[in-house]
Design a protein around this ligand. Structure first.
Ligand code: NAD
Length: 481
């Protein structure tokens, strides 16, 4: 049983309510967690507000904040194996991913933003008024609600906690109800690191808990990663006090494979780009535009590479693809696959739930479709699963319009040997990140976020400092009072 963390104390929900999380590899109940209600939300926000105004945090020198963040990174690494195993049991991701991507990615985020604490600067601006000194200050936005999804729970919590705290905010973090456990453990580590009480608060619970936080009049900012549908609700929920919003939402990443591409390299990269974490990645390559002259070869090789991947429980070191997160999500993925078949796409491999020893878990075979067109839902909507729809194109001049013909704009990928093709397309495609001849990767040092319905604002790099600070201009008349 895990508790809430409010004002520096672990406690059950006021109502005593709880919910359970499942192990997606076998469907068994894994853990029971406190389910925060409205009064718990009120208590957590009040604790965060009090800590924001308390000199222990408000006046803490930047280098001391930096040491706290750096200590969290050290602690993450100290318990890295335990944390990785917990993530695998709760979320399903193969242990190799949890160990080599999730845990180091979270630690590096804390280290990167520890470095920023001492570099959050204002500037002196040459205003037109005579005898006037003008400078800017960057101040914390205030109480930040951090709401995260289930696909990379630990890493995405770190993407928000590290910059929010580096900028001097106080936080209430709410992980997804399917996968709260690595965030609970991370908050335990933050308590050990020595953050003052109330600076970091944790509420576990589902959509109702998130909605109560998002509407709360004493929350100054919400940073949300999740679906576009919920992102739209948050726009409404934030209207009351016009709280700041960072929205990292869905995607439908086009991968463009030009006629001159190295097809074997493109297959190796695109199989990973599509199927990493079983396709449960916001930037997953999920619609493939292949020059018609190479489409058959690409499809055949993608199908061979996808079906060769070993599906199995994340804790088994031989597994390359883990289960989907839940029965409900598997049913959604399967409905897109059935829909594509009904709409006339050609199923090349996969297309069904895994049976035999894997049948109690939420395993889905990697699936490749040929002959897909943009009118099919599988080419337009976010499937968030191991499904690869291959489309083809004849005229390179049409490809920009086709790639941009989507409500989303999170990422795009281009495979070509020609530099001018690569950079001409990179400039024209409407997406927050473009990956040329490589898989999608996040990095604390650069930007992450989307155009269009993929969101508002950017995380990571200096952009996260903008997202978690308010700028104040200070004017002084130098001519005397
Ligand atoms: P989701 O939107 O269902 O839930 C995300 C979080 O929001 C959960 O913590 C949930 O409890 C909470 N929530 C649900 N309803 C809410 C409401 N009305 N008010 C406030 N909070 C609410 O998303 P999910 O299914 O957990 O995650 C998958 C989605 O996340 C996909 O669409 C994926 O593309 C997106 N995602 C985006 C990024 C990115 O960086 N752009 C990264 C990872 C995932």
């Amino acid at each position: 049983m895990t508790d809430l963390f409010i004002g520096g104390k672990w406690c059950p929900a006021d109502s005593g309510a709880t919910f359970t999380t499942l192990n997606p590899a076998d469907g068994s109940v894994f853990e029971e967690c406190a389910e925060a209600g409205v009064t718990d939300v009120d208590r957590a926000v009040a604790a965060a507000r009090a800590a924001l105004n308390d000199p222990t945090w408000a006046d803490m020198p930047a280098h001391a904040r930096a040491r706290l963040l750096w200590r969290v990174a050290d602690l993450i690494e100290e318990v890295g194996d335990e944390l990785a195993e917990l993530e695998t049991r709760d979320n399903g991701q193969p242990l190799g991913i949890a160990r080599s991507v999730t845990v180091p990615g979270a630690a590096e985020h804390f280290r990167y933003f520890a470095g920023w604490c001492t570099k959050i600067e204002g500037s002196v601006l040459p205003v037109a008024f005579p005898d006037t000194l003008h400078y800017t200050r960057r101040e914390p936005v205030g109480v930040c609600a951090l709401i995260t999804p289930w696909n990379f729970p630990l890493m995405i919590a770190a993407w928000k906690l590290a910059p929010a705290l580096a900028c001097g905010n106080t936080v209430v973090v709410k992980p997804a109800e399917q996968t709260p456990l690595s965030t609970v453990m991370l908050v335990e580590l933050m308590e050990r690191a020595g953050f003052p009480p109330g600076v970091v608060n944790l509420l576990t619970g589902g959509p109702a808990t998130g909605a109560a936080l998002a509407e709360h009049p004493d929350v100054d900012k919400v940073s949300f990663t999740g679906s576009t549908a919920v992102g739209r609700k948050l726009v409404h929920a934030s209207a009351g006090n016009l709280k700041r919003l960072t929205l990292e939402l869905g995607g439908k990443t086009p991968s463009i494979i030009a006629a001159d591409a190295d097809i074997d390299a493109a297959v190796a990269g695109n199989v990973q780009g599509a199927l990493f974490n079983s396709g449960q990645v916001c930037a997953a390559y999920s619609r493939f535009y292949v020059d018609r002259r190479r489409a058959d070869e690409f499809t055949e090789k993608m199908a061979a590479a996808a079906s060769a991947l070993r599906l199995g429980p994340g804790l088994d070191p031989a597994s390359q693809l883990g289960p989907l997160v839940s029965e409900e999500h598997l049913a959604k993925v399967d409905s897109y696959v059935r829909g594509a078949q009904d709409e006339g796409a050609e199923l090349v491999t996969g297309g069904r739930r895994a049976d035999g020893p894997l049948s109690s878990g939420f395993f889905y075979e990697p699936t490749v479709f040929a002959g897909v067109t943009e009118s099919m839902a599988v080419a337009r909507e976010e499937v968030f699963g191991p499904v690869i729809p291959v489309l083809s194109y004849d005229d390179p001049d049409e490809i920009v319009d086709r790639a941009n013909n989507s409500e989303y704009g999170l990422a795009a990928s281009i495979w070509t040997r020609d530099l001018s093709t690569a950079h001409r397309l990179a400039a024209k495609v409407r997406a927050g990140a473009v990956f040329i001849n490589m898989i999608h990767v996040p990095d604390a040092a650069t930007t992450w976020g989307g155009f269009k319905a993929s969101g508002w604002g950017r995380e990571m790099g200096p952009y996260a400092i903008d997202a978690y600070t308010e700028v104040k201009g200070v004017w002084t008349h130098l001519g005397g009072a």
